[in-house]
Ligand binder design. Structure first.
Ligand SMILES: Nc1ncnc2c1ncn2[C@@H]1O[C@H](COP(=O)(O)OP(=O)(O)OP(=O)(O)O)[C@@H](O)[C@H]1O
Length: 309
């Protein structure tokens, strides 16, 4: 399992990871979601022993990353967010090479490589040179490479980054398949919905801080139970505010880019009643639409509502 205690990474005065406390249970998949610069790579590279924590602790299978880096490296398969491949090797040679680096038992190498090639959907590319693979295929090969020494923990930094939609779908299928292996997996991404069918739990990282952690099911339930209504009115006067504030299903009112954004917990018929009340109160609406749910944004706004209670 993976555990961090008040883990911090600073570059000079810049705090990239700010006291994060993360706990990933054995055999579960945890998705670390954050926009560019949120601190995902900084956090993951400490777990992978590639950079030293400024303070705090990180444990992989009970081994602390600074004190027992060798044991940690044996326990993990780490896929960085950018990597080079030895492109003058075939897929099979590539996997053999990494197996040798990890001293994998010679008798296990071939069957394991065959199994992993199949798992990452490269069966017909076994003898293809790595430089002839598409980017999506190379990224899937990297996942196989991470698994050659059969680590208990997998740490994948943005495995879908830079992929076209079709390759993303294939990567998602591979990641879904990894769930069944019983490994403990930490995946970072900046697109939460990619993890909907992959992760058990999600943590949201913002400016180096872990601002929310919840089961993926809870996030998805929230996305069904709550919605954001965008309102525009000719006269953004007190009638609009009064009607919104009187409606118990209105949880939060924000000024959005396209109008007033209302976080709404009611049913569709209650939503229709709200519209009627606004019109009856004389509000001259030019827009009353539902915004597609952005689960991450929704979750953060709900957390803010709960904190305010
Ligand atoms: N070696 C470094 N020296 C100085 N600042 C760094 C270094 N590495 C990262 N940073 C800064 O730390 C912050 C977090 O970066 P990090 O790469 O960890 O974020 P990220 O969430 O992985 O982003 P991305 O998705 O763009 O890779 C950023 O502001 C970045 O500029």
């Amino acid at each position: 399992m993976i555990l961090t205690q008040n883990l911090v990474k600073k570059y000079g005065k810049m705090v990239a990871v700010n006291e994060i406390n993360l706990s990933v249970e054995r055999g579960t998949v945890f998705g670390l979601v954050g926009e560019n610069g949120a601190g995902k790579t900084s956090a993951l590279s400490m777990l992978a022993t590639l950079s030293t924590p400024t303070c705090g602790y990180a444990y992989i299978n009970g081994y602390e990353v600074s004190r027992n880096p060798r044991e940690v490296r044996r326990s993990i398969g780490y896929m960085p967010d950018s990597f080079g491949v030895y492109d003058d090797l075939t897929v099979m040679e590539y996997l053999r090479f990494f197996a040798d680096c990890y001293d994998v038992d010679k008798r296990l190498i071939r069957p394991r490589a065959e199994e992993l090639i199949e798992r990452v959907r490269l069966t017909d590319k076994r003898d293809t040179y790595v430089n002839a693979l598409s980017r999506g295929m190379q990224q899937r090969l990297e996942i196989a490479r991470c698994l050659m020494h059969d680590p208990e923990v997998l740490i994948l930094d943005e495995p879908s980054s830079g992929l076209d939609p079709r390759s993303r779908i294939e990567m998602r299928a591979v990641l879904q398949g990894l769930r069944d292996t019983g490994k403990t997996i930490l995946i970072s991404t900046h697109v939460l919905h990619e993890l909907a069918e992959v992760a058990d739990e999600i943590g949201i990282l913002r400016s180096g801080e872990l601002v929310a952690v919840a089961a993926i099911q809870v996030m998805l339930q929230h996305s069904n139970a709550y919605r954001t209504i965008v309102l525009c009115a000719r006269d953004k006067g007190s009638a609009l505010e009064r009607v919104l504030q009187e409606d118990k299903q209105v949880l939060r009112i924000d000024d959005g880019r396209d109008g007033v954004e209302v976080l709404y917990a009611g049913t569709h018929s209650q939503q229709a009643e709200l519209l009627t009340k606004l019109v009856e109160a004389g509000v001259r609406l030019t827009q009353f639409t539902e915004k597609p749910t952005d689960i991450e944004d929704l979750f953060l706004r709900l957390s803010a509502v709960q904190e305010g209670q």
